[in-house]
Design a protein. Structure first.
Length: 187
């Protein structure tokens, strides 16, 4: 469902994409159960820090002892922002019957700020966390390409410098706090 809610027009008839997004907005309008289900889904995955502030790594398989940066951080942020954005879409569509539907996470975050769903501090924290984790992911994938390897999302934690380690820990704590806010608000 989350992937479907993020579909966007690439080619073909743009009117069909617009009609699909309008239909999605109609289904979202006042659909508390759907928003709640998406919120619960956004809370399933936890940031990869143990209670002792150690990394929680992939335990088995070819990616053992790595940090899956996409699953463990990036997807969580995207899911949390999506939940609040879809709640906003539901409210706006219910009030005036139309809304310009966005699928980009940063655009969604900006709209949450514009419509006062979140405050400036939360906006800056979430935007910074999203951009920082995205940068780490892309740097890792670029390095893999430069070494002739297949890019992936599994990073050896020893590859992080002290700056990245510190900021990743703080980012994971921020994600955990935001998950608690979503849990209290929607679940």
């Amino acid at each position: 469902m989350s992937v479907f809610l993020d579909c966007r027009y690439i080619a073909g008839n743009p009117q069909l994409a617009n009609e699909l997004q309008t239909c999605m907005c109609q289904q979202l309008a006042n659909n508390v159960r759907l928003i709640s289900a998406l919120a619960r889904n956004a809370l399933v995955q936890k940031p990869p820090l143990s209670i002792f502030r150690n990394w929680v790594l992939v335990k088995e398989g070819e990616n053992a002892n790595t940090l899956d940066i996409k699953t463990a951080a990036l997807s969580i942020i995207v899911n949390l922002i999506r939940v609040q954005y879809l709640q906003l879409v539901s409210r706006l569509f219910s009030n005036n019957g139309s809304v310009i539907y966005k699928t980009n996470t940063e655009e969604r975050l900006q709209l949450l700020l514009t419509h006062k769903v979140i405050n400036e501090v939360t906006f800056k924290d979430l935007l910074g966390a999203f951009q920082f984790i995205t940068q780490i992911r892309y740097s890792h994938q670029l390095q893999a390409l430069q070494q002739g390897k297949i890019p992936n999302n599994h990073i050896n934690p020893n590859a992080f410098n002290s700056f990245e380690r510190t900021h990743l820990r703080e980012t994971f704590k921020l994600i955990s706090r935001y998950q608690e806010i979503i849990r209290m608000k929607y679940c």
